[in-house]
Design a protein around this ligand. Structure first.
Ligand SMILES: [Fe+2]
Ligand SMILES: [Fe+2]
Length: 300
């Protein structure tokens, strides 16, 4: 799908004509990549098949967590001191919390945006499939937790204030919503890149589990990388400047809400990686399965 070897910043400018062409090119990509939309189930045929493969060929960690109760006590809200908890448990609570935000956000948005039958514009259709893909990610995250024998995880709403923010967000006009929506996709991508590195550090004693986690993560990253470009394509010249300005605050605020994050991740480095994102940090294996806006590629 991606034809270039060299890339430009995700914040590169583009013309209205390029935006239109890129929506068309993304739409061709996403239909072929995700498969048929199963709207009733918020699912997509190709993703469903992938999940079935992971579930039919399960991988489980060699050792259970030192104390699974610690995970269950802290995964929704941290009650203990994160500094006193082993890094494997912290890693898994952080994954859950990140995914939980995504789940709340997409659940609210799913009820607001037009369904496929009511989608008149190409961008509506793109957004519907995009959201279904995000629901598939939640199933993938759930499978990640099952690798560590955590099969009693529940997906629960956030507190009333955060829940309200996510309720209002998809109802905002595009001029207000597009830049932060793009940044949250970019934050997802940089978070997954940092997660990928952490798997190697924290799960050195669990080679099979580590490999499976990575396999699942990469399934998500291929989509997420395409979402980054797709959401960037919604934004004009003013919005892109705004997005750059608001990126550090959005990242800091988001990770401030996940108290264990600072013991696992370097959030400031994540911010730098977000600001300098231009696809060169992504492996070619993932890139060739994904989609990049034409104006972020330098044609050789
Ligand atoms: Fe996602
Ligand atoms: Fe996404």
């Amino acid at each position: 799908m991606v034809e270039s070897n060299t890339y430009r910043s995700i914040f590169s400018p583009c013309s209205a004509q390029e935006q239109e062409e890129n929506f068309e090119s993304y739409w061709r990509f996403t239909q072929q990549h995700a498969g048929k939309l199963l709207e009733e189930d918020k699912d997509l045929t190709n993703k469903r098949e992938k999940l079935k493969y992971f579930q039919d060929n399960p991988v489980r960690s060699r050792n259970p967590l030192p104390n699974p109760e610690l995970f269950y006590r802290n995964y929704i809200k941290f009650k203990d001191d994160p500094q006193l908890i082993d890094r494997k448990t912290l890693l898994l609570t952080a994954i859950y919390k990140f995914a939980r935000h995504e789940w709340v956000g997409i659940s609210e948005a799913w009820n607001v945006i037009p369904d496929m039958a009511a989608s008149k514009k190409l961008t509506d259709k793109i957004s519907r499939v995009h959201l279904a893909e995000e629901f598939c990610h939640i199933r993938f995250f759930n499978e990640m937790l099952c690798i560590f024998h955590l099969d009693k995880v529940e997906w629960v709403p956030l507190g009333p204030i955060k829940q309200r923010v996510y309720r209002i967000f998809p109802r905002l006009p595009g001029a207000l919503m597009d830049a932060p929506a793009f940044i949250t996709e970019l934050m997802g991508m940089t978070f997954y890149q940092h997660l990928d590195t952490l798997f190697g550090e924290i799960l050195a004693d669990e080679p099979e589990a580590q490999q499976r986690l990575r396999e699942i993560l990469h399934e998500i990253m291929v989509d997420e990388m395409a979402h980054v470009g797709q959401r960037r394509n919604f934004i004009g010249p003013v919005g892109i400047k705004l997005a750059q300005l608001m990126l550090p605050t959005i990242y800091r605020l988001f990770f401030w809400g996940i108290p264990e994050a600072k013991y696992l991740f370097n959030v400031e480095k994540m911010i730098q990686d977000g600001l300098s994102f231009d696809y060169t940090s992504v492996s070619s294996n993932l890139l060739k399965r994904s989609w990049v806006p034409s104006y972020c590629q330098i044609q050789n």
